[in-house]
Design a protein around this ligand. Structure first.
Ligand code: 1HN
Length: 348
C-alpha cells in the first residue's frame, strides 16, 4: 500500500532535508525500502538466447584476428542484453565461447575464480588442471577449481570451441580476486591422463583422503559418455513433470556440487515431452547438447537446437518442450544460495 502523497509544503521540506543529509552521506531508507526488499526477486538480467549456428562464424573470425597466446584466452563473452558492459550473463555468472585453433596454446595461469568448460564443437583439444591433462570431447563437463593452474592446447586438426562458465561476478562482488601467470606456458604433466578419474571418480577415494566440506572435487572431467549413460539409465517410467529426467553433477567424495560457487546439471527430455513451468531463485545458463525444441522463459519463447545457449533469470518461469530426445546441460549459483539458506524453487 502506498501512502497518500504529502502536501506540497511537506514535500519541499523533505526534499530540502534529503539534500542536507545527503551532504552528510546519508539517505532516507523509507524512499528506497520497497526496492531494497522487493516482494520477490527482480533480476536485472533478462531472458536471452544465443544461437550457435548464427555465432559460429563470428567465433571463428576471432581466430584470424588474434592468437590464443596474444589474447591469453580467446573468448567472446556472452553478455546479458540487459547487463551490457558488465561481462556477465546473470548477476552472478559469466559465460563465454572460447576458441582454440590447431597448434595453439592458451598459457598456464591460475585465479581465485572457478571455471567450468562445456565442449561444444571440434575435437583434439586438451585442458590441463594442476598437472593432469584431459582430452576434451563434445559434451564433456570439465572444471578448473579456484586457484588451480590451467592451460589449454589443441593437438588436433580442427578448431575447438567450448563454453566457459565462471563465477567472476561473485568473486568481484566479494572483492576476493587474485590471479597469476605461470612462467611455463604449458604445464608439465605430473600424472597420466585419467588419474584423477580413477582415483576419485570410481566410487572410491584414496584410503587417506578426507576432503574439507567446501573443497572442490578432484574429479575435474565428467565425460559426456558417462552422463549420457546415466541419463539413459534413469529414462524409464514417467519423467518428472517439471524437470524430465534431471541429475546434478556432484563431487563424488562429498555429494556437494563440483565447485562451491557453481552447480551443474544434466537433463534428458524425451521426444514430445513438455515440462510444466518451474521457477527458482538461481539464474541459470542452459546449453542444448542434443535434440532441440522450444523454450519459454517468462513471456519470451524461442526454438532451440544443438549448441544453443539460453539464460533463465532468477524467478522467471521456465518451460521446455522437446521435439526430439534432448539433452540439456545447465549451470547456476545454486550451491551458493543453498549454503546461505536462500534457494527457493516453485513448481507451477
Ligand atoms: C579463464 O581463465 C579462462 O582458463 C576462460 O580458459 C575465461 C574469463 C575470465 C577470466 C579468466 C580459461 C576466463 C578466464
Amino acid at each position: 500500500m502506498h501512502a497518500a502523497k504529502p502536501p506540497p509544503d511537506a514535500q519541499r521540506e523533505r526534499a530540502d532535508y534529503y539534500a542536507r543529509i545527503g551532504k552528510q552521506h546519508m539517505t532516507p531508507l523509507w524512499e528506497v525500502l520497497g526496492a531494497l526488499v522487493p516482494p520477490q526477486p527482480r533480476p536485472l538480467a533478462q531472458a536471452a538466447l544465443w544461437r550457435y549456428a548464427e555465432l559460429r562464424d563470428s567465433v571463428l573470425e576471432a581466430g584470424r584476428l588474434i592468437s590464443a597466446e596474444e589474447a591469453e584466452r580467446r573468448v567472446l563473452i556472452l553478455e546479458n542484453p540487459a547487463l551490457r558492459g558488465q561481462s556477465c550473463i546473470t548477476n552472478t555468472l559469466y559465460a563465454g565461447l572460447q576458441l582454440i585453433l590447431p597448434g595453439e596454446v592458451a598459457p598456464a595461469h591460475r585465479h581465485t575464480q572457478s571455471a567450468l568448460r562445456l565442449v561444444l564443437d571440434g575435437a583434439g583439444a586438451y585442458t590441463a588442471v594442476d598437472g593432469e591433462r584431459t582430452t576434451m570431447r563434445r559434451g564433456d563437463f570439465i572444471i578448473t577449481p579456484a586457484w588451480t593452474w590451467h592451460d589449454h592446447g589443441n593437438l588436433g586438426s580442427e578448431p575447438v570451441v567450448w563454453l566457459d562458465g565462471l563465477d567472476i561476478p561473485i568473486v568481484r562482488f566479494l572483492d576476493a580476486g587474485f590471479a597469476e601467470k605461470s612462467e611455463a606456458q604449458t604445464q608439465q604433466p605430473l600424472r597420466p591422463e585419467g588419474d584423477a578419474l580413477a582415483r576419485y571418480g570410481s566410487n572410491m577415494v584414496p584410503v587417506d583422503y578426507h576432503p574439507a566440506v567446501a573443497e572442490p572435487t578432484r574429479v575435474f572431467v565428467y565425460p559426456f559418455e558417462t552422463t549420457q549413460a546415466a541419463l539413459l539409465g534413469i529414462a524409464h517410467g514417467a519423467p518428472d513433470p517439471h524437470h524430465g529426467f534431471k541429475l546434478r553433477y556432484v563431487n563424488p567424495a562429498t555429494g556437494a556440487s563440483p565447485m562451491p560457487t557453481i552447480g551443474a546439471f544434466a537433463q534428458r527430455l524425451p521426444a514430445g515431452f513438455e515440462t510444466r513451468a518451474v521457477r527458482s531463485t538461481d539464474g541459470t545458463v542452459v546449453v542444448c547438447l542434443e535434440g532441440g525444441g522450444e523454450v519459454r522463459v517468462g513471456d519470451r519463447d524461442w526454438r532451440f537446437q544443438e549448441n544453443d545457449v539460453f539464460v533463465v533469470p532468477s524467478w522467471q518461469a521456465l518451460q521446455l518442450r522437446a521435439d526430439r530426445d534432448s539433452v540439456l546441460f545447465s549451470f547456476s549459483d545454486r550451491p551458493v544460495q543453498q549454503a546461505l539458506g536462500l534457494w527457493r524453487e516453485a513448481r507451477l
